[in-house]
Design a binder for this molecule. Structure first.
Ligand code: AMP
Ligand code: TRP
Length: 326
């Protein structure tokens, strides 16, 4: 059995792209591997956060994870700041990283762009991420493609420390989420569905009510030739709707195209509204039950305990190898 680790930032809501591109795959992995899923609240404070909102979002995201099917009996689900070894290991790794390699991280360059002086936390972000991963002797890290560079840095740091201080860390591999699982914006199907798009109708959030889902799908951009066919290059809008349909229903795209041969886009959209509402309703029901419950807090506390056992063992090894402590 391999150890899987992934981290998610505590944001209040998730959209269909997050669900099909990440969460659904996290849920599938827990049947084959030993999974550790961490809500990375310490990563969030690299940019200013409202304290009340941050705490609420941490619980929101934990509840959503459980609602989509993460099973706390199979997986460890916990909050990063409740296991202090993340910060502790982050310092040790900081002392083994170089400003040059951190300056080359594209996410840092994008986020600090145009600022004369950027927050140090933004600069150190990838080292904290490496600490998250290495703390759990992780074999596999399922993440989006945008995290590739951070995974490379994590591997470099692990190898560097192992060479210098003797075998300390497992060198992890990234598992980059399937390209086919990319969900595109409903208003502009050439760009990715994203929480930062100001147009609300560009995305479907997992907690959207049926009328909002309906509005977003019925107004989705298509094209004018009226043929239901999968052709990402020439028919990106219709192809996106077909991909979502297929992912939510489990039907192959070809079967859906055959079923809707001769029909207009309106028919396809109406069916997609129904399928989406059917897929999200049970998730929303579970979410509404779990979110205000004591059970949620208890699950996260149990996660902290189980994560701590692994984290303490790793830190003990790190301290021994580095000559830290008595
Ligand atoms: P983000 O909140 O954008 O950092 O994304 C969190 C996770 O969801 C990452 O693993 C992304 O790869 C995935 N994700 C975000 N947007 C999409 C999308 N439109 N399609 C597929 N996966 C996505
Ligand atoms: N940086 C990741 C993101 O923005 C989140 C993250 C933090 C993470 N620590 C991690 C992902 C460890 C995987 C493993 O998506």
């Amino acid at each position: 059995m391999k150890r899987v680790f992934s981290g998610v930032q505590p944001t209040g809501n998730l959209h269909l792209g997050n669900y099909l591109g990440a969460l659904k795959q996290f849920v599938e992995l827990q049947n084959e591997d030993e999974c550790v899923y961490c809500i990375v609240d310490m990563h969030s404070i690299t940019v200013p956060q409202d304290p009340k909102e941050l705490k609420a979002h941490t619980l929101d995201i934990a509840a959503l994870y459980l609602a989509v099917g993460l099973d706390p009996k199979k997986s460890i689900v916990f909050v990063q700041s409740t296991v202090p070894q993340h910060a502790e290991l982050s310092w040790v790794l900081t002392c083994n990283s170089y400003t040059g390699e951190l300056s080359r991280m594209t996410q840092y360059k994008q986020k600090s762009h145009g600022q004369e002086s950027a927050p140090t936390g933004l600069f150190m972000y990838p080292v904290l991420m490496a600490a998250d991963i290495l703390l759990y002797d992780t074999d596999i890290v399922p993440v989006g493609n945008d995290q590739k560079q951070h995974i490379e840095l994590t591997r470099d740091l692990a190898i560097r420390v192992n060479n210098k201080y003797g075998k300390t860390f497992v060198v992890p591999d990234g598992r980059f989420l399937k390209a086919g699982a990319r969900v595109m914006s409903l208003d502009d199907p050439t760009s990715k569905m994203s929480k930062s798009n100001p147009n609300e109708k560009s995305r479907i959030s997992l907690l959207d009510p049926p009328n909002k889902i309906k509005k977003a799908i019925m107004s989705a951009t298509t094209d004018s030739d009226g043929v239901i066919a999968f052709d990402v290059e020439n028919k990106p809008g219709v192809s996106n709707l077909l991909s979502i349909y297929s992912a939510l229903s489990g039907k192959p795209v070809e079967d859906i195209c055959a079923e809707y041969e001769g029909h207009g886009y309106g028919d396809l959209k109406k069916a997609l509204v129904e399928i989406t509402v059917d897929a999200l309703t049970p998730i929303q029901q579970r979410y509404n039950e779990i979110r205000p419950s004591q059970e949620l807090v208890d699950i996260l506390k149990d996660g902290t305990e189980r994560a701590s056992v692994i984290a303490e063992a790793t830190m003990k090894r790190v301290k021994e190898n580095f000559g830290l402590g008595l």
